[in-house]
Design a binder for this molecule. Structure first.
Ligand code: R5P
Length: 296
């Protein structure tokens, strides 16, 4: 069969190259620029006719990224692609999964409808599933949610002596237990109450038995950094050394990275979103997930 044709949207060229090499597929060039008035020009510089097309675009800061994806998918379809899929290592808009106040947009469902209308399948990593149990509840296309937990566990086992793993909230309990089992470490979860975009209060369980262990705070997303900062502050008050902060998706709004670097002994993330803290490469995991989906 003709190999899939992989296009990296701007900023995603590295992962597109890795995917094209691993699948194996053909790397297609995509030309994109802004017109002086801010609108997008987009051109596929490889012929998608009859091909399985893979678009690669992680979705941090998603508002400016979605239209180019929709345009690339539209062009591929118009030009006769057999199928068009999206690899979005970080999937945006999963956290507004409920109407918390009257009149709010439930953006997780709205965004899922837009993506589902634009592409034929979606591969992502650790989407924030809190009130939803699976992407299928809001996405109407085939999806694969890949799990970074085994790679986080392996990183901890290799790099942290005598760790204790702490998760941010009750909802993370299963995920935290899975990472901890892989790292052969004890674990607990904190209790988080969010009072605003940057206001987070953390309650601690009894950590009495863990004196002398190195705390590894894990979370799926670091955004404002306030969850990890509040946890690190609470740990210091309880006499623990600065923790290792480990997350999947390095969103790091504004000054979050600098503030966290001061409070942590190390800040480590996967490469779903490019950031200086990236130390866990997910290219092979993503390539395996995409290959499986293309075969299916
Ligand atoms: C939310 O429930 C997630 O698991 C993260 O804890 C959250 O997105 C982190 O956000 P922030 O860095 O803004 O505290």
């Amino acid at each position: 069969m003709t190999p899939p044709l992989v296009f990296g949207l701007p900023g995603n060229e590295r992962l597109a190259r890795e995917l094209a090499a691993a699948l194996p597929g053909e790397l297609g060039q995509l030309e994109s620029r802004r017109f002086p008035d801010g609108e997008t020009y987009l051109r596929l510089r490889a012929d998608p006719r009859g091909r399985q097309v893979v678009l690669v675009a992680t979705l941090d800061r998603p508002d400016g990224k979605f239209l180019p994806i929709a345009f690339a998918a539209g062009a591929a379809r118009d030009l006769g692609a057999r199928s068009v899929g999206l690899v979005a290592p970080y999937l945006a808009y999963m956290r507004q999964d409920k109407r918390f106040r009257d009149g709010e947009a439930v953006t997780s469902a709205d965004f899922a409808r837009l993506v589902s209308a634009s592409v034929d399948w979606l591969v992502t990593v650790d989407p924030h599933l809190h009130r939803y149990h699976a992407l299928a509840e809001i996405y109407s296309i085939p999806t694969r949610a890949l799990a970074a937990a085994p790679l986080l566990a392996a990183w901890i086992a290799r790099n942290v002596k005598a760790p204790v793993i702490l998760g941010p909230d009750a909802e993370s309990e299963r995920w935290v237990a899975e990472v901890a089992a892989g790292a052969r470490a004890p674990w607990r979860v904190l209790r988080k109450a969010r009072h605003g975009d940057r206001e987070v209060a953390i309650a601690f369980p009894d950590l009495g038995g863990f004196a002398g262990r190195r705390v590894v705070l894990i979370d799926d997303i670091v955004s404002s950094g306030q969850t990890m900062l509040a946890a690190a502050r609470g740990l210091a008050e309880r006499g623990f050394a600065p923790p290792v902060c480990l997350a999947v998706h390095a969103l790091f709004a504004e000054d979050a990275a600098a503030a966290l670097a001061e409070a942590a002994s190390a800040v480590v993330t996967t490469d779903t979103v490019d950031h200086p803290s990236n130390a866990i490469a997910l290219g092979p995991l993503i390539a395996a997930g995409v290959a499986e989906l293309l075969e299916a």
